[in-house]
Every structure is written in structure tokens, then in C-alpha cells.
Design a protein around this ligand. Structure first.
Ligand SMILES: [Zn+2]
Length: 293
């Protein structure tokens, strides 16, 4: 699933293309992706003619602020990724108009497509079709339960060590699970929680209550360091995520533990191991990330 660095990358690249553009048409073959309004014709009627005034991230959500005080929310979920370019409809299937990265198979599962006033398009490629699209009144979205539940953003200037300590006070459970809880910290998932814990030399199953201040501080610094680095490298692409251009992110080469089971740890040369936490895998080095569990 795209995490903070991937969502941020998508927004930064889309911003250069869609800002101040107006939606002139919309197509889908999977109406269930549109959750709000539920009627697909209502959605189409409401989106056409709206201009994109701003693009921003809230956790893993992409928010397009539109004219007439509307906001379009897109959550790419498991396998969805937004693409930007031009396509042609051939035998009821959208194919890229030009031979470029958009032609890669992973970018071909197009189930939503928006057309802009310059004939350019934004499409959602989504193999599993779990993505979510909602059209809101802007103020209602800001005050919605969905938004209120989203935890602090690690890229926010208010994300300080003191603030993090306060947020984690009285929390229970293994640190990996806490890092991935969107209601505590927004945007970190399976990949970056593994990378952050390897970087800070903390075992993923360590109980949060047993962490000392100096260990929390290491985790805090690693969160900022790893996410910043991943944004700089435009995210990861070992599974479905691609940039709006269809190209791959470059974090894959930099990862230290995620999906590296039985490969050598870059620090101590021992084997990377995998452990299950709530049906999710955690990858870690049992030597570097030794904690008294
Ligand atoms: Zn190691």
C-alpha cells in the first residue's frame, strides 16, 4: 500500500500538472470505488466543471480542494495509484496514447479516468479495486470523523520529540503496531515501520511501555530521517506503486530489511528474519535489533 512517501510523491508530481485545471469529463467501469455521493451520475454531474485549487495530503489521503468549496478525497488503498497522461479507449480498454512508462502492465488496470480542460487525463490504475473516492463539502470533510481520527503527521512541524512522547504516553502494544496505527501517527505502514525500526535498532515486538527515553528519541529521529529519504527517492515500487508518470520510485535499492528475509543485514552480516504481528510480517535483524522482550 502506498505510504506517506508515495502519497507525498504522487501529490508533488500531480501538482505540477493539475493545479488550476478544470474537470470536463469522467469515466469509470467500477462505480463501487465512488463512495460519496453513492450515485455515479450525481458524482459525475458534480465533479464536471470544478476547478482544482489546491492539492494536499492528509495521512495517506490525497485531497483535491476544488472550486465551489468542494474537496475530492482519494485513498489509493492496497494496489491503487494515480497516473497522469493521455489515453485512448480501444475495445473498451484505456491504452496510453504514447509509448512511455504508462504502458507498463501494472499501470494498465484503469478503472477511473478524469479528463481535464487541456485534454490531459488523470487515471486510477487499481488491480484489486479497493481504492476509495469521495466528494465532500470542504468544511464537512475538515470536521468529519474520518479526519478527526487521523493522527499527527510526521512531516508536520508540530511533530516534535516532546509531542511524540506525549502522544505515546499510556499506549500499549508492540512498537511496530503503534507506528502503523493511523490514529496515532499518520502515514507509516508496513514498509517504513520496518525500515524505521532497523534504523533505530529496536526490535519490532518491543513493548512500547518498556522503551526508554533514549530509545524513543532514536525512533523519533529515524522516523524523520527514513521518511525524508524515501520522499527524496520518490517512494518504493516493489509492488504496485508507481509515480503519476508511470515510473518507479527509487527507494527499493535503499531498503535495509523490508522483504529481505534470509538476506544479510547491511550492518552486522547476520540473516534478516521475519516475524508475524497481527497477520502482517515484520522484517528485522535479530542481532542489531535486540531488545529485552
Ligand atoms: Zn544486523
Amino acid at each position: 500500500m502506498p505510504e506517506l512517501p508515495e502519497v507525498e510523491t504522487t501529490i508533488r508530481q500531480l501538482k505540477t500538472e493539475v493545479l488550476n485545471r478544470t474537470f470536463v469529463d469522467f469515466w469509470t467501469d467500477t462505480p463501487k470505488i465512488i463512495k460519496k455521493p453513492k450515485n455515479i451520475n450525481d458524482f459525475k454531474k458534480q465533479i464536471i466543471g470544478k476547478k482544482i485549487l489546491n492539492l494536499r495530503r492528509k495521512g495517506k489521503n490525497i485531497i483535491f480542494d476544488l472550486s465551489e468549496s468542494k474537496s475530492l478525497l482519494i485513498h489509493q488503498k492496497l494496489t491503487g495509484h494515480l497516473l497522469f497522461g493521455e489515453w485512448k479507449l480501444l475495445n473498451n480498454k484505456w491504452v496510453p496514447a504514447k509509448k512511455n512508462a504508462l504502458a507498463e502492465k501494472i499501470n494498465s488496470y484503469i478503472h477511473l479516468l478524469f479528463v481535464f480542460d487541456n485534454n490531459k487525463m488523470m487515471a486510477l490504475s487499481d488491480l484489486r479495486k479497493f481504492a476509495k473516492v469521495e466528494l465532500w463539502d470542504k468544511d464537512k470533510l475538515e470536521n468529519s470523523d474520518v479526519f478527526k481520527k487521523i493522527g499527527i503527521d510526521p512531516m508536520d512541524k508540530n511533530f516534535t520529540f516532546k509531542g511524540l512522547k506525549e502522544i505515546l504516553k499510556n499506549k500499549k502494544g508492540p512498537i511496530k503496531k503503534i507506528l502503523m496505527n493511523q490514529e496515532i501517527i499518520a502515514g507509516i505502514g508496513n514498509i517504513y515501520s520496518d525500515e524505521i525500526l532497523w534504523d533505530s535498532k529496536i526490535h519490532p515486538l518491543t513493548k512500547i511501555s518498556s522503551l526508554e527515553d533514549k530509545e524513543l528519541k532514536k525512533i523519533y529521529l529515524s522516523i524523520k530521517k527514513i521518511l525524508k529519504k524515501a520522499i527524496k527517492l520518490k517512494g518504493e515500487s516493489f509492488s504496485d506503486y508507481r509515480l503519476p508518470s508511470g515510473e518507479r520510485g527509487n527507494f527499493d535499492k535503499e531498503r535495509k530489511v523490508y522483504r529481505r528475509e534470509n538476506q544479510q543485514c547491511f550492518r552486522c552480516k547476520n540473516s534478516i528474519k521475519r516475524v508475524k504481528i497481527n497477520n502482517r510480517s515484520a522484517y528485522f535483524c535479530p542481532f542489531c535489533q535486540k531488545n529485552d522482550l
